[in-house]
Design a protein around this ligand. Structure first.
Ligand code: FAD
Length: 303
């Protein structure tokens, strides 16, 4: 119930304006967001690298409404790849298609994604297309397949809460696509997504078992100790090397677990978001763990 309410509120423009212009809530966002400027994202990425973890940098933003806005976002991502190379960071990039004009036109969006992917290829890096709400899933999968046909340094994300994900994995693997597997962060209707946590988790394990032996390098994105333990057990059983996949976690979430996995010799990549449009991302992080809400409420009223 609380999760649904928070996810619904994440779409409120009025609340977004209030929260992102309030000094206290802006400070609180730093728990999950590196900062509002690229320099802050770069600094956070460097700290992760120094701790033995790779990074995926994301400039936050969703659902632009004009082509000019989407082109500006494309330029931002081109610049992120340049900065990563200049700063010699162990980092790639994640972005969202609605930030690059998917709502305006698929063809237009695809052109922008292709130019970012080409910049990724020039640096032998990688562009991850995040997965958004289920109304975008089909268009995202199809667009990623088309861009991959031109430059293979692009991959995407599959969410274990969707019923369709097993088919999408078969489809994407047949194109050699690298996949990040996560549980899914959006509010979805029961006709497209599992509602019960145990079903989402069981599907996560099933999909992880499909991905790991596929011969491609995938990312297991979760902070759930049970999902991590199952992944480690399955990899050992199938004699899949620790270098043949990575765990991925979000900036500011379960840093203890991140460091433990590094100590145990696993590859870990941290998703580092930065930017001014942090409100929906921040609300999804609150929705994932209602205890976060209590933490933020206490800090808000104390300040
Ligand atoms: C690298 C990465 C990329 C992602 N990309 C996408 C994407 O493209 N599309 C998409 O829909 N979703 C994405 N997600 C979000 C994901 O779908 C889940 O919503 C999120 O990771 C929580 O699921 P979980 O696997 O950690 O398990 P859960 O069962 O939700 O949580 C397990 C445990 O992890 C800890 N935890 C989880 N979330 C939080 C939090 N916010 N704050 C504090 N503790 C927490 C708690 O200890 C919790 O008990 C991504 C997640 C990661 C890690």
């Amino acid at each position: 119930m609380l999760r649904s309410t928070l996810l619904k509120l994440s779409e409120s423009k009025g609340l977004a304006h209030w929260v992102t212009t309030n000094g206290t809530t802006r400070r609180m966002s730093h728990r999950f967001v590196a900062g509002e400027r690229l320099d802050e994202g770069i600094e956070a990425a460097r700290r992760c690298n120094d701790a033995g973890m790779a990074v995926s940098l994301d400039c936050l933003g969703e659902n632009v409404s004009t082509p000019a806005e989407a082109q500006k976002v494309r330029d931002t991502y081109l610049n992120i790849f340049d900065r990563i190379a200049q700063e010699k960071l162990n980092a790639n990039v994640s972005c969202k298609l609605t930030q690059l004009g998917l709502d305006l036109s698929v063809e237009f969006c695809e052109g922008l994604v292709l130019s970012i992917a080409e910049r990724a290829a020039a640096y032998e890096s990688f562009l991850r297309i995040d997965m958004e709400g289920s109304i975008y899933t089909q268009r995202t999968v199809e667009l990623v397949k088309r861009v991959r046909a031109q430059t293979p340094c692009v991959g995407t994300v599959i969410q274990s809460y969707l019923y369709r994900s097993e088919n999408d994995i078969h489809d994407l693997l047949s194109y050699g696509c690298r996949i990040r597997l996560c549980k899914g962060a959006y509010k979805e209707p029961e006709d497209v997504a599992f509602a019960r946590k145990q079903d989402v988790d069981a599907n996560y394990v099933k999909l992880m078992r499909m991905l790991l032996p596929s011969g491609f390098y995938h990312g297991m994105a979760t902070h759930d100790p049970h999902m991590i333990a199952q992944t480690i057990r399955w990899a050992a059983e199938k004699q899949i090397s620790k270098d043949d996949f990575e765990f991925q976690m979000l900036y500011g979430v379960r840093t203890d677990l991140q460091r433990q996995l590094v100590r145990d010799g696993y590859r870990v990549r941290i998703y580092v978001p930065y930017g001014q449009e942090w409100f929906p991302y921040f609300m999804r992080r609150l929705a994932e763990r209602p205890a976060n809400l209590g933490f933020f409420a206490r800090n808000f009223f104390r300040s």
